[in-house]
Ligand binder design. Structure first.
Ligand SMILES: [Zn+2]
Length: 441
């Protein structure tokens, strides 16, 4: 049978089905067969050679093939602010540095060029899908489509005006129009993205809930990022933000709560009962000293926990391999238990759990037959990942993103032996130099 692509790999880590033993499921000397953008078979290489003839055939003799990473929370365009204001408290960082810079420079061009940088960096690091929250979401979607990466483009809602919209009503209206415009693109989804409990009031949040229910869209929001946020809300309203969101009817299996560093045992139970998802952003939380999310406790309670890098201004990279390692290490420290967040759990958080949080797990998150071919290859032959006893351990605890060699999204190759196929790096670097001059003036 003639098919589009056959990839023979030393190891294939499909992530699903979940292993019933403690050892992760890893196939050796297998092939992944792709046709029409979808995975149509996963079988031993010798049988694949008899059964399929690929228009393109890849032999990745020292590589592991795995589902592309799902970066479940980022602000792509903020790559332009990478390193411009570091080592500051969250509110000082936001109010005195990031928000004024955004106020001054926010534009379609800012979002276009910043998103291009983010997409290039994410593809080079093995991310095939990102969940974004930023101004000018139509530009983010346009650039994602242009470069062939999958994106969940947040319809941002915030009370204060920006060059994109003058008030929360306008944000919602523009968001709804954008949803209509993009709903036929298979690579793009459009969750609502109200910024945070302290920047969006009750009325727009109720509207978001109504429209999200009607259109069956997820709702993506920063929640309980810091102790300060929770204390201030308690002081002003007598209520913790999560309780307020629950009373507004937002907590549900389509709610994506980002950060959640402040959680009581009762709140963990509430999140588990409502089926809401948590996106853990350990490096952003560490850099801004926001607090520590009790991830092991949340997982034990049955909550789906995904992983995100957050924006590059607070991380400062969009590196999901790094984020997995930090999540595994920090999760152990916070739990006081070295067996918490094993390598395979961290890998699931970066792949299938992200797909579940975004409502895309029928389509992506694992190398399962029928799913979209969102696939990455990591070369494990380098010294830094030798000797090799367990590929999952090497990927989570030792590999760097420079070892990601090839990336496919919906069967289309976006990275070929470390070369980006859809992004002109020379042109991008030129634009970044211009932004550096403007922003640092
Ligand atoms: Zn964020």
């Amino acid at each position: 049978m003639i098919v589009d692509t056959v990839i023979h790999a030393r190891w294939i880590i499909p992530v699903e089905p979940e292993s019933v033993t403690t050892a992760p499921s890893v196939y050796e000397y297998h092939a992944l067969v792709i046709d029409g953008g979808r995975i149509i078979d996963l079988l031993p290489s010798d049988i694949a050679r008899q059964k399929y003839q690929g228009t393109t055939t890849e032999n990745l003799e020292s590589h592991a093939l795995l589902p592309g990473f799902v970066n479940s929370h980022t602000h792509a365009a903020m790559t332009l602010l990478r390193g411009i204001a570091d080592d500051l408290h969250l509110m000082d960082w936001l109010q005195n540095h990031i928000w004024p810079l955004e106020q001054k420079w926010m534009s379609e061009a800012f979002v276009r060029d910043g998103t291009d940088l983010a997409i290039a960096e994410m593809i080079l690091g093995g991310t095939t899908c990102f969940n974004d929250m930023y101004f000018f979401p139509e530009i983010t979607a346009q650039q994602a489509l242009h470069h062939g990466i999958r994106a969940s483009v947040g319809l941002i809602v915030i009370d204060f005006p920006s060059v994109w919209a003058e008030n929360s009503e306008a944000y919602i209206e523009k968001g709804l129009a954008l949803h209509d415009q993009l709903s036929h693109h298979p690579l793009i989804s459009t969750p609502f993205a109200p910024h945070a409990p302290y920047t969006v009031s009750d009325e727009p949040l109720s509207k978001v809930r109504t429209f999200a229910d009607e259109l069956e869209l997820p709702v993506h929001m920063h929640v309980h990022e810091t102790l300060h946020e929770v204390e201030q809300a308690k002081h002003e309203t007598g209520q913790r933000p999560l309780q307020r969101l629950h009373e507004l009817g937002l907590l549900s299996p389509s709610f994506i709560a980002v950060h959640m560093t402040q959680l009581t045992d009762d709140e963990i139970e509430l999140v588990a009962e409502t089926g809401a998802h948590i996106v853990h952003c350990p490096e952003s939380n560490l850099k801004l000293a926001s607090g520590f999310s009790p991830v092991a406790k949340c997982l034990a309670a049955g909550i789906n926990v995904a992983l995100g890098t957050d924006g590059a201004a607070s991380n400062n990279d969009l590196d999901m391999l790094g984020e997995m390692r930090t999540a595994a290490l920090l999760g152990k420290a916070v739990a006081g238990d070295a067996s918490a967040i094993p390598a395979m759990t961290a890998l699931r958080m970066a792949t299938i759990n992200g797909a579940k949080a975004l409502g895309l797990d029928q389509e992506i998150g694992s190398l399962s037959i029928g799913k979209s071919a969102d696939v990455i290859a990591i070369d494990l032959s380098q010294l830094e990942t030798q000797p090799l006893y367990c590929p999952v351990s090497q990927i989570v605890y030792a590999a760097s993103r420079q070892q990601v060699t090839d990336v496919w999204v919906a069967g289309k190759r976006l990275l070929k032996q470390r070369n980006l196929t859809t992004i002109d790096m020379t042109d991008l670097k030129q634009k970044l130099g211009e932004w550096r001059q403007r922003l640092s003036a």
